[in-house]
Design a protein around this ligand. Structure first.
Ligand SMILES: *Cc1c(COP(=O)(O)O)cnc(C)c1O
Length: 400
């Protein structure tokens, strides 16, 4: 059976160049980079090279990069570390209703520990009102946290403008850039962020490694206490192979950024246009243009997303119904809810997220097998049949 992977916002395959770069660090160069002897020295250079590769991609100094175990750790570190460092100054945090659970659930945790959080709403396209953001700032506001790009819709937020607002009010600014890095140019100077989080497995490095940019002079209380690694900002023996991999993946991302953007956008636009034309009665979820080049989130009227995904899977197509973290639950995604997508459409929301390995043939295949699947499922749907019959009972059916 054909296997087509279109769930790259959930995770990516490790790039062969990345595997090659990391392999020597399991056996040949196995040392602990904190050791002073030859075995450690051979490895500490590799960790510092990776730090430079990450810093180059983000346009910062290597000393401003701290390696973590994942994107979620980075978000926890930014939020909890800031809250604890700044609690004498204030107790108020501003974020959005459409953040990744790594931010939302951390905010909830902070609320249980005495902090107040404003969750900014989004409009039907999933975008923020920056006047509302600015109006939410008080003299007790210690942190603004807004993601660079949304994992479910691909929506891109105006990070440079938000950075400008944060600077003006002297409020610290964190962005979860896990989905933006590798797909868009991400520059911490131009965007005026103080904290920025990335994750390896979303950009062709393995699972279990990430990094956080901490602008020089930004005080954070560590999450993990122990040894003196990472200038006392994150204890724990370095995941050397993972860090080397993250560095290599960042180097590749930087070198290929324009080519990658153009390719992903070409494929995604063809998929989007093809689905709209061939299927009909679909709704695009997210902003029509301010969107990652690889992400397409659509709702297919009259159908349950789960049955769509199972039928795609039977044809070898891996897509997702929003975020990997919420699938398995029957609740529609919090992002669709925040955008006021009608409940039945929210249930059929399906995300295709393309990646480095997708080809024109993949798009051909999906556009060939998807319309008959949708048609068959629609024919089994009471709502759809009701509409076909023009029955005057539709309100009753809608209640089901
Ligand atoms: C995947 C993801 C995370 C979490 O990263 P992990 O490395 O899986 O912990 C955080 N934020 C966004 C936007 C993501 O897509």
């Amino acid at each position: 059976m054909k296997r087509i992977y279109m769930d790259n916002n959930a995770t990516t395959a490790v790039r062969p160049e990345v595997i090659e770069a990391m392999l020597p660090f399991f056996h040949e160069h196995f040392g602990n980079p904190s050791s002073v002897h030859w075995a450690g020295r051979a490895v500490s250079g590799a960790v510092e090279k990776a730090r430079e590769q990450v810093a180059t991609l983000l346009n910062c100094s290597p000393a401003e990069i701290v390696f973590t175990s994942c994107g979620s750790e980075g978000d926890n570190m930014a939020l909890i570390g800031s809250a604890e460092a700044l609690k004498a100054k204030g107790d108020h945090i501003i974020t959005t209703t459409v953040e990744h659970p790594a931010v939302l659930n951390t905010c909830e945790y902070l609320e249980k520990n005495g902090f107040r959080v404003t969750y900014l709403p989004v409009d039907r396209d999933g975008m923020l009102d920056l006047a509302e953001l600015e109006a939410a700032i008080t003299d007790k506001t210690i942190l603004i946290s807004v993601m660079w790009a949304n994992n479910e819709t691909g929506n891109i937020f105006p990070i440079a403008e938000i950075g400008e607002i944060a600077r003006k009010h002297k409020v610290r600014f964190h962005t979860d850039a896990v989905q933006a890095v590798g797909k868009l140019p991400v520059d911490v100077q131009a965007s005026k962020v103080d904290l920025l989080v990335i994750s390896g497995h979303k950009i062709g490095a393995p699972k279990g490694v990430g990094a956080i940019y901490i602008r020089r002079g930004t005080r954070l209380i560590p999450l993990i206490h122990g040894g003196h690694q990472e200038r006392n900002r994150r204890a724990g023996t370095h995941n050397v192979a993972g860090i080397v991999a993250l560095g290599k993946a960042c180097e590749l991302a930087g070198a290929e950024i324009d080519e990658n953007y153009a390719k992903l956008k070409r494929l995604r636009d063809r998929l989007e246009k093809g689905i709209i034309e061939k299927v009909g009665e679909v709704k695009l979820n997210g902003h029509p243009t301010e969107r990652l080049p690889n992400t397409l989130n659509v709702s297919f009227a009259y159908i349950e997303g789960e049955s769509l995904l199972l039928n795609f899977d039977m044809k070898g197509i891996a897509a997702s119904s929003g975020s990997a973290c919420t699938s398995g639950s029957l609740e529609p995604s919090h992002v669709m809810g925040a955008m006021c997508v009608e409940v039945s459409l929210a249930h059929s929301s399906t995300r295709f997220s393309l990646g480095h390995d997708n080809t024109e043939e993949d798009i051909d295949y999906v556009l060939e097998v998807l319309p008959p699947i949708v048609q068959r499922l629609r024919e089994m749907s009471p709502l759809y049949n009701c509409k076909q019959d023009n029955c005057d009972n539709c309100d009753t059916v809608k209640m089901l």
